[in-house]
Design a protein around this ligand. Sequence first.
Ligand code: UDX
Length: 450
Amino acid sequence: MDVTVIGCGYVGLVTGTCLASLGHTVRGVEKDPRKLKMLQDGHCPVFEPGLQELMQEHYASGQLQFTGNVKSALKEAEVVYLAVGTPPKDDGTVDMSFLEGAGKEVCDALVALNNEYMVTIVVKSTVPAGTNRKLYNFLKQQTNAYVQVVSNPEFLREGSAVKDFLEPDRIVIGGESPEAFRMMRRLYDPIIKREEHFMTMAWESAELTKYAANAMLAARISFMNEMTILCEAYGADIEDIRKGIGTDFRIGPAFLRAGCGYGGSCFPKDVAALEHISKAVGHENLFVEAIQTVNKNQKQRFVQKIVEKLGRPIEGATIAVWGLAFKADTDDIRESAAIDVIRYLLEKGAHVRATDPKAMENMKQLFKEQVEWFPDPVSAAAGADAVALLTDWPQYSTLPFRKIAATMNQPIIFDGRNCLHRDVMRETGFQYYPMGRPAVENTLRLKTRV
Ligand code: UDX
């Protein structure tokens, strides 16, 4: 089929590239000339494993094209994705201007092209219930273009977006037009393994499904994080509890990892949006408020633990922060727990050193010279009074800990992601404080032993 994707940001690019890999002809429209040049030169402007290779392959074959011109990109289009920003406004409602602007531009171009067949406009953005209906009504008022609007929320995780797109658990389509539903069914045919995984529903149901999914996942994390308080108070281990409940098929094992709080571009934004959506209909949603409060408290609790267990005043102490990205395998720092933790540490007068394999440049924009930057965890820890591990980069669990302990002022690690091995910590002479797990409190300091 012929597909046009308006907006070649993260979602637009993953969508366009993956659809091209399924055999569709995809034209991506990008208005930013710098980004467009990059794309036309075959470079992927976002970091996402596997995306660059897939993009280059289908760009080279012509299956995927990039242009700055909406009209030329729409000549053959049957399906048009709007992958533009829907930023929240100060009052918590969504700014519809990009969506309406892009939708209107598409419709005007279709009218100018004398388009005679129906075009399905697909909204990928996460938007409050009622937005797609509003967009549809707006477009109907503004133009005579023969279009339908469907909502198709994305459930992509950064770091595995290509796989998530090509092997989805389900595809959710919201709308009112059976013809548009059939078109979307045809478009996604190669990746629909079972018919029941392709779901059509009302616009509002699809919109709320996206918020409900993210809030449910965030709730599971906050629930486990709240449990870490009880684990620490009673000497229980959150990892045992995770396995103990995750094997119950009614609960399932995913998204039960406790830590120093969730972050990213979706969970914090979508849970907050759900609170606003609830308020808009006069409902105080205590549940989503709790999810957010627990997440905020968990970061403060993590810093409080550092203050209590450091064995010296936090003011003037040097803390090495390992990991800045909101999760491993990305350079994204949006709403990363590291931002709040570093802020709290600085407020308490600590010297903060930071390192991350991918996200350092992004974090530098935020903290500049307030923080000292190090190329690797070993050099960041040398001379520090403690390490605060904040991102679950897999390479952190295989570091030369004995060597690191010997170079630190005090060999202490606060593991905000529970990703190090307690036995290794014990054997290499660390004081080790995970989240909701028994601590390792070595009385022998390695420095005095060597
Ligand atoms: C999420 C959703 O998973 C995805 O479906 C949606 O489309 C966008 O938002 P993403 O933000 O890329 O994806 O990351 P995800 O892997 O879900 O992790 C989000 C945050 O939760 C991270 O900070 C991660 O560290 C944290 N997390 C995740 C936990 O603390 N514990 C867990 O068990 C899982």
